[in-house]
Design a protein around this ligand. Structure first.
Ligand code: GDP
Ligand code: MG
Length: 715
C-alpha cells in the first residue's frame, strides 16, 4: 500500500511552476476548478519510492495578501486543505523578489521546501548561491533545479518526504518586524488567542500581522468572532500608533521588513560576481557595508555621535546646573538654617539627585543620535558589518546594538536585547552589558582623571577605560558561550531594511522611550539612594565630639578663619562618627590589595551600588566641601592631598586608575539589577551578575595595581 502525500506547488508567475509540475507528473494530470471560483486547478499524481503523491499546481502569485483572487485561492488552499508540503518554486535569477512569497509561507508556519529554479540563468548572471548557508538562514530545505532539463526535479519529492518523515534538522525562522511592530503584534495576539476557533487554522501571529496589513479577508474572518469589536478596535489603535512612528502605513513597513529580511539573508549567502544591483538602498549599501570601508565608516559615524552628544549637551548641562543651584538656594533660604530638613533637602536631595540630572541632556542626546542611525536603517548595517566579528565571540550582530546603547545607560540597553530571539544569545548579551561603560561612570572618571593625570593624556586614559570594558565584555561573552551557554550560534538573518528618512516624531518617541528609563531611575532609585546616603553620613545627628565645638566657635566669633576651620573640623568629625564612617572602616580592608583601602572611598563604592554617580557625590559630602560635582577644584585638591593613617599620600595615578577600573567593572547599579531581574524573569541572573562582575572588578583592579607596582608605576 503506497503512502499518500499531497504537495502544493506555489511560486511567482513565470517562475517555472508548470514546467516543474509537468516534469513531476508527466501525463498523469487532470484539470478541475477550485471550489466556488473559476480559477483552474491542475492536479497530477506521482509515484515515488513508496509514496503516492498528489501534486497541485497553485495559481502563480507574488504575495499572499488578499488583493487578487489568485492570492486568496492559493492562500485558502494552503490553510484549509493543509497540503503536507508546499514547494515554493523560486526564480533564482530574480531571487530577492521571488523570496518575498517564501517569507509569507514561513510566517504561516507551513512545511516548506524551496526550489531554486532557473539556476542555469542565475549562474549565467553571475550569482553564486551558498545553498547550505541560505538554507540555514531561511530555515527551509533548498533544492537547485533547472526544470526545463529535469535537473534536480527528483530531489523535490526527496526533500518533501524527508520533511514529512521529520528527518530535517533546521531551525524555523520568521521575519522579525522590529520592536514597535512586534509589540503591537503581541497586543493583538493576546486578544486573538482568547477565541480558540480563530486560531484553530491560522497561527495567531500570522493573523495579527495580516490585521496590521489591513487584510480584508482576515478582517472578514475576525468579524465572525464574538470579540470582533474589541479586536478590531485594538488593531485600529495599533495601526494609528505605527503610522505616527513611521509616517507610513504599517502595511508598507511590514513589506519593507520582509524585503529587509531577504536582503540580509541574500547579502550573506549570495555572491554576485558581476554587478547587477539596482535599488538606491543597494547602491548605498555598496559603500556602507563594503568589506573594507564598512568598519572605518562605522567608527567614523560613532565618533560623530559622541562628538555631537558632548558638544550639543554642554549648554544644556549649564542650564540644569544653574537651575539646581537656584532651587538649592531658594529652598535653603526657606527651610530653617542648620536643621536636618534643610540638610536633607539641599545637600541630600537637590545635591545628590541634581548631580545625576546633570547627565540627562547627554543621555537624551546620545539616544537621539542613536535613533537617527536606527530609524534611517543604518544601525542594521552596523550590526551586519559586526556580525562576523560577533560570531567570533559566539554572538551575532543582533547583540551589537544593545552593546552600543550601553554607552548611554545600561537599562535601555538591556531592554533592547528583546530583539534577540535566541535565549542563550540574549542572556549572554544581558550579562556582559554592564561592562559597557555607561554615562553614570563618567563623573567618576572625570574627577579622578582630572585630579591625577596630566591633561595631555587625560583623553587616552578615558579611552583606555572604555576599551577595557569592551575587552572584558568580549572575554566574558566568550567564556559564557563556551561553558555556561554551550552550543553553536544559531543561524540568523541580519535584516537589511531599505533606507528611509526618519520622521521627527519617530525619533522623539525613540529618544523618549530610552531616555525616560534613565529619568525614572533618577526619580526613584537615585532619589531613595541619595536620601539613604544622606542619612548614613549625617546620623547620629549629634555625635559625641572630641571637642566642645559649639563653645569654641562662639569664642572665636571675631576670627573668621578660625571659625571656618573649626566648622570644617566638626563636619569632618561628624562624618567620621556617622554610620557611613563605621561602614566604610569595616569594608576598607577588602580594597587594601587594590590600593584604595580608605573608609571614605569605601562608603562611596557602597553608595555606587545605588547608582555609580553617587560615588562622586559621596566623596564630595565626605570631604565636607561645599561643591560636590566633578568639576570642583576643591574636591580634586582634597583627593590629591588625601593621606593614609601613616601620613603618606593615599592616591597616585596608579591607585586612581585601579579605582576607576573597579568602578567600571564592579556590581551593576540597583536599577540595572532590577531590569535584569525583569527581563530574565528570575532572581538567578541578577544575583549572578552582581557577584561575578564584582569578582571580575576585584581581580582586574588587583592585576593592574599589583602589576603596576611591580613595574614601578607608583607605590
Ligand atoms: P509558470 O508561470 O510558473 O507556470 O512558469 P512556466 O512553467 O510556464 O515557465 C515559464 C518559462 O520559463 C517557460 O518558457 C519555461 O520553459 C521556462 N523555464 C522554466 N524553468 C526553467 C529553468 O529552470 N531554466 C530556464 N532557462 N528556463 C525555464
Ligand atoms: Mg503556469
Amino acid at each position: 500500500m503506497a503512502k499518500k502525500l499531497t504537495i502544493a506547488l506555489a511560486g511567482n508567475p513565470n517562475s517555472g511552476k508548470t514546467t516543474v509540475f509537468n516534469a513531476l507528473t508527466g501525463a498523469r494530470q487532470h484539470v478541475g476548478n477550485y471550489p466556488g471560483v473559476t480559477v483552474e486547478k491542475k492536479e497530477g499524481t506521482l509515484r515515488y519510492k513508496d509514496y503516492e503523491i498528489n501534486v497541485v499546481d497553485l495559481p502563480g502569485t507574488y504575495s499572499l495578501t488578499a488583493y487578487s483572487i489568485d492570492e486568496i485561492v492559493a492562500r485558502n488552499f494552503v490553510v484549509e486543505e493543509k497540503p503536507d508540503v508546499i514547494i515554493d518554486i523560486v526564480d533564482a535569477s530574480n531571487l530577492e523578489r521571488n523570496l518575498y512569497l517564501a517569507t509569507q509561507f514561513m510566517e504561516l508556519g507551513v512545511p516548506l521546501v524551496i526550489a531554486l529554479n532557473m539556476s542555469d540563468l542565475a549562474t549565467k548572471q553571475g550569482l553564486k548561491i551558498d545553498k547550505n548557508n541560505l538554507s540555514g538562514l531561511l530555515g527551509t530545505p533548498l533544492v537547485f533545479t533547472i526544470a526545463t532539463k529535469r535537473k534536480g526535479i527528483n530531489e523535490l519529492p526527496d526533500e518533501a518526504i524527508r520533511l514529512v518523515e521529520n528527518k530535517v534538522k533546521l531551525r524555523r525562522t520568521t521575519v522579525g518586524y522590529g520592536k514597535e511592530i512586534q509589540d503591537e503584534i503581541g497586543k493583538i495576539e493576546e486578544l486573538l488567542i482568547k477565541d480558540k476557533r480563530l486560531i484553530e487554522k491560522y497561527p495567531s501571529r500570522w493573523l495579527a500581522v495580516k490585521l496590521l496589513e489591513n487584510d480584508s479577508e482576515v478582517i472578514k474572518k475576525i468579524k465572525e468572532s464574538p470579540d470582533a469589536d474589541k479586536i478590531l478596535e485594538v488593531v485600529e489603535k495599533s495601526i494609528a500608533h505605527l503610522k505616527t512612528i513611521f509616517g507610513d502605513e504599517p502595511e508598507s513597513i511590514i513589506a519593507d521588513r520582509r524585503y529587509g529580511f531577504i536582503s540580509g539573508a541574500c547579502s550573506e549567502a549570495v555572491r554576485k560576481t558581476y554587478e547587477i544591483r539596482h535599488t538606491i538602498s543597494d547602491r548605498i549599501d555598496k559603500v556602507l557595508i563594503n568589506r573594507i570601508l564598512g568598519v572605518p565608516i562605522f567608527l567614523g559615524l560613532m565618533w560623530l555621535v559622541f562628538k555631537f552628544t558632548f558638544r550639543a549637551s554642554e549648554p544644556l548641562i549649564g542650564w540644569v546646573e544653574a537651575f539646581q543651584e537656584w532651587l538649592g538656594n531658594l529652598l535653603g533660604g526657606i527651610l530653617p538654617e542648620g536643621s536636618a530638613i534643610q540638610s536633607l533637602v539641599v545637600d541630600g536631595i537637590i545635591g545628590g539627585v541634581g548631580s545625576v540630572l546633570v547627565f540627562v541632556p547627554i543621555i537624551f542626546l546620545l539616544f537621539l543620535a542613536m535613533a537617527v542611525l536606527e530609524d534611517s536603517g543604518y544601525m542594521a548595517r552596523a550590526a551586519f558589518i559586526m556580525d562576523k566579528l560577533m560570531h567570533k565571540i559566539g554572538l551575532h550582530g543582533r547583540s551589537f546594538i544593545p552593546m552600543l546603547l550601553g554607552f548611554g545607560c545600561n537599562l535601555p540597553a538591556i531592554m533592547a536585547t528583546r530583539t534577540i530571539e535566541d535565549r542563550r544569545d540574549r542572556l549572554v548579551t544581558i550579562l556582559v552589558n554592564p561592562f559597557m561603560s555607561c554615562g553614570a561612570r563618567l563623573p567618576v572618571y572625570t574627577l579622578f582623571i582630572g585630579a591625577f593625570f596630566a591633561e595631555r593624556i587625560a583623553g587616552n586614559i578615558l579611552f583606555s577605560l572604555y576599551i577595557l570594558g569592551i575587552l572584558v565584555a568580549i572575554l566574558m561573552a566568550k567564556i559564557f558561550r563556551k561553558y555556561l551557554f554551550k552550543g553553536p550560534a544559531a543561524p540568523f538573518v541580519m535584516e537589511l531594511p531599505p533606507y528611509r528618512l526618519p520622521t521627527l516624531k519617530g525619533l522623539l518617541i525613540h529618544m523618549w522611550e530610552r531616555g525616560s528609563v534613565y529619568l525614572k531611575k533618577a526619580g526613584t532609585i537615585i532619589f531613595a539612594g541619595c536620601v539613604l546616603v544622606w542619612f548614613l553620613t549625617n546620623f547620629p545627628w549629634n555625635p559625641r565630639y572630641s571637642k566642645d565645638y559649639d563653645t569654641l566657635i562662639e569664642q572665636a566669633q571675631n576670627n573668621e578663619e578660625l571659625v571656618t576651620q573649626l566648622e570644617n573640623e566638626q563636619a569632618f568629625e561628624k562624618m567620621e562618627k556617622s554610620y557611613a564612617g563605621s561602614l566604610g572602616r569595616t569594608i576598607a580592608p577588602v580594597f587594601k590589595p587594590l590600593g584604595f583601602d580608605d573608609w571614605k572611598v569605601s562608603v562611596g563604592l557602597v553608595g555606587g551600588f545605588i547608582a555609580k554617580e553617587i560615588v562622586v557625590g559621596t566623596l564630595g559630602t565626605l570631604h565636607s566641601v561645599g561643591e560636590t560635582d566633578e568639576e570642583s577644584e576643591t574636591l580634586r585638591e582634597a583627593l590629591q592631598n588625601e593621606k593614609r593613617p601613616d601620613g603618606s599620600k593615599l592616591y597616585n595615578p596608579l591607585v586612581a586608575f585601579s579605582l576607576m577600573v573597579f568602578v567600571l567593572l564592579y556590581i551593576p547599579c540597583v536599577a540595572a539589577i532590577a531590569v535584569i531581574k525583569r527581563e530574565t524573569n528570575s532572581w538567578r541572573w541578577p544575583i549572578f551578575a552582581a557577584f561575578y562582575t564584582t569578582a571580575i572588578a576585584w581581580i582586574v583592579a588587583f592585576i593592574i595595581y599589583q602589576g603596576g607596582r611591580v613595574l614601578g608605576l607608583g607605590g
